[in-house]
Design a protein around this ligand. Structure first.
Ligand SMILES: Cc1cc2nc3c(=O)[nH]c(=O)nc-3n(C[C@H](O)[C@H](O)[C@H](O)COP(=O)(O)OP(=O)(O)OC[C@H]3O[C@@H](n4cnc5c(N)ncnc54)[C@H](O)[C@@H]3O)c2cc1C
Length: 615
């Protein structure tokens, strides 16, 4: 026996994106349910520290900012890989959601009138905030931006915004079913009809039937060994979409490494550290970024800073440690008051996990996997390709305002902006006559039976492979072959290795025997899908023979707008050993034609065939 739950909207995920979509649907009078592996407030959005970008133009250093400037920063940041219509929609809507969040209760840091010191590249400057702007939402500096536009609540932004969002969701009657995990989508080949879900408390399978299904299940960082992502960021949302064989994943090879994961625990310290004036130092305690990036130094975009740090360590200038080489992040000059107020979480992380006091000591850091630009490919309404009634939003999606590198602060904003826009489109979809569709129980039972058979096979099948060993092999392979710098040989080897690991996942055996609250079984159900995602990343990276944003090919160092101004679409046909790759134009409309980013250097092969060196 199994339970069947009917709803209008099923959001797989109760992070910022999922809850924001659900609020929009609930406000329009629809029943909205969010599923979550953990209680909603423990979703990964809560870990975001630094802030959210929106062109408010309130503070002195943001004066003159507007969505046009934000748009230009976002497109350059993406290395022209983004869908410019989506980036435009995003930049125009971000200021609206920021004010909406303030109205809902987010305690944004505000402008204090008068003269004030700030640091840029270790040097002190002063600025004056106007009296008439006192009390307006303020902003801090972040990488890759022409103006200060990252709105924040000290360095606990995600926490404050998620708690506020969850309050609002409760107030609007959104139901959150936590400790539940979607393990397959229900569909008839054309229309998505909900999901097969596993209750993580009892181990029982549940059938959720929905008129519209939204995947907002976050990123897939855990396919890498060194990641700032929470342990639940295993890409469950992308996996169940890929498993339909119909829904493509976009630009899976676009994986961001953040410059400042702490060593050795890989916890993130926010970009706000560099934005507020922190510097990067090498083993000689020398600041090296200005030599590589004269214009932006530590505040170039993340892909660029991560590459420069890696280059510098390759020259032997990293600090040797038991956990490999690292560099230093120095925020000592910001002073005790600044650190213990605006960077308080950073201080606690350093104290609690490293035994380092950032007021008096530098922080050991190195680039660490951080963000998944790739995900479920959608159109600008958030509707997934390949199945009607299926939508995606947030980090799980490739809506595609990030292209090959997302700017710091643009992701939290995306969750809320996309949540609002996609939520509106879901409501239109339901009101537009799409709510009625033929539903056959036999269809749902087919999917249910397949999932039950997988569980029975794992529990009783006598397989020999150890999931933890296979997971570690996958994670090591990704770190070694599909990291910051990539090449043909490393990627080919990674693809081969991942194919072997994938074949071995068919023979997984459990060491435990319970089917209830069993985490080994949970991982065993997810691991084959994680390896398929890893293959989409590695194979997509192998086939993309150019360098763009975070995808740096040592053997193809130029950005190639002639041949590769495209988005990779990966689908997985059943029983395949590899994804099928197709390509579409990166953007239907180029409001800003491809050009120089103004940082990062390197060559560009332009559409008219000329190879040029840019600054
Ligand atoms: C350490 C860290 C700091 C960051 N700081 C910033 C920042 O300062 N500014 C910024 O813009 N961005 C930041 N980011 C990125 C940003 O926080 C995330 O991209 C964003 O919060 C993702 O939100 P989301 O709603 O898409 O997913 P999440 O918040 O990850 O939520 C995913 C939800 O899906 C659920 N779920 C997952 N799989 C399943 C499944 N199979 N079935 C059911 N439920 C499922 C989870 O339980 C969860 O509720 C940071 C990221 C990290 C890792």
């Amino acid at each position: 026996m199994y339970d069947i739950i009917h709803t209008d909207v099923l959001c797989i995920g109760a992070g910022l994106a999922g809850e924001r979509v659900a609020i929009e649907a609930a406000e329009a009078g629809f029943r909205a349910i969010c599923l979550s592996i953990v209680p909603a407030r423990r979703s990964h959005s809560a870990a975001a520290q630094g802030g959210m970008q929106a062109a408010l133009g309130n503070c002195a250093m943001g004066e003159g900012d507007c969505p046009d400037v934000h748009f230009a920063d976002t497109v350059k940041g993406s290395d022209w890989g983004c869908d410019q219509e989506v980036a435009r929609l995003f930049c125009e809507t971000a200021p609206i959601v920021m004010r909406e969040l303030a109205y809902w209760g987010v305690p944004w840091n505000r402008i204090v009138a008068g003269k004030d010191d700030y640091f840029q590249g270790g040097k002190k400057f002063s600025k004056t905030e106007k009296r008439e702007n006192a009390g307006l939402i303020t902003a801090r500096n972040f990488g890759g931006t022409a103006k200060w536009r990252t709105c924040y609540t000290s360095d606990g932004t995600g926490h404050a915004v998620l708690f506020t969002m969850d309050n609002r969701a409760m107030h609007k009657g959104v139901e959150v079913h936590d400790r539940t995990e979607a393990i397959a989508l229900i569909h008839d080949g054309e229309r998505c009809k909900g999901a097969i879900v596993r209750c993580l408390r009892t181990g029982k399978l549940l059938v959720y039937l929905a008129k519209a299904t939204v995947i907002a299940a976050g990123g897939f960082g855990r396919i890498y060994r060194e990641s700032t992502n929470a342990v639940i960021c295993e890409g469950g949302g992308q996996s169940i979409a890929l498993d339909t064989g119909l829904v493509p994943l976009g630009n899976m090879e676009a994986v961001q490494f953040h410059p400042t994961g702490v060593v050795p625990s890989n916890i993130l310290v926010t970009e706000g550290c560099r934005g507020d004036g922190g510097t990067l130092l090498d083993r000689n305690m020398e600041r090296f970024m200005p030599a590589y990036e004269p214009a932006k130094a530590e505040l170039a975009s993340r892909d660029v800073v991560s590459r420069r740090m890696t280059e510098h360590m390759r020259k032997g200038l990293g600090v040797p440690s038991d956990y490999g080489d690292h560099l230093w992040l120095d925020i000592r000059h910001l002073g005790e008051h600044h650190i213990s107020t605006k960077l308080r979480e950073v201080q606690e992380i350093c104290n609690n996990f490293l035994g380092v006091d950032p007021i008096t000591q530098p922080i050991p850091v190195r680039p660490t996997q951080h963000y998944s630009m790739g995900g479920i490919r959608t159109d600008k309404d958030g509707a997934a390709y390949g199945l009607s009634g299926l939508f995606a939003a947030g980090e799980a999606a490739c809506w595609d305002m990030h292209g090959f590198n997302r700017l710091g602060g643009n992701s939290l904003s995306e969750t809320v902006v996309a949540g609002k826009i996609v939520g509106g489109k879901v409501v239109e979809f339901l009101r537009g006559g799409n709510a009625d569709y033929a539903f056959s129980m036999a269809e749902a039972e087919g999917f249910l039976a397949t999932q039950q058979a997988r569980i029975d096979q794992l529990v009783k099948g006598g397989g020999r492979e150890n999931i933890y060993e296979l997971r570690r092999m996958m994670q090591d392979t990704m770190m070694e072959g599909v990291g910051i710098f990539r090449n043909e040989e490393g990627l080919s080897n990674a693809v081969k290795k991942l194919q072997e690991i994938h074949a071995r996942t068919a023979n997984i055996g459990l060491r435990s025997d319970g089917i209830g609250a069993n985490d080994e079984l949970r991982l065993a159900l997810n691991l084959p899908g994680m390896v398929r995602l890893a293959l989409c990343v590695a194979y997509g990276a192998l086939e993309r023979r150019e360098s763009r944003g975070s995808h740096a090919r040592e053997d193809y160092p130029a950005r190639n707008d002639r041949d590769w101004l495209v988005r990779t679409l990966a689908t997985w046909k059943s029983d395949s050993a590899l994804p099928t790759l197709d390509y579409e134009a990166a953007s239907r409309v180029f409001e800003i034609p491809p050009g120089d980013r103004g940082y990062g250097g390197g060559k560009i092969i332009s559409a008219d065939d000329k190879e040029t060196q840019h600054a």
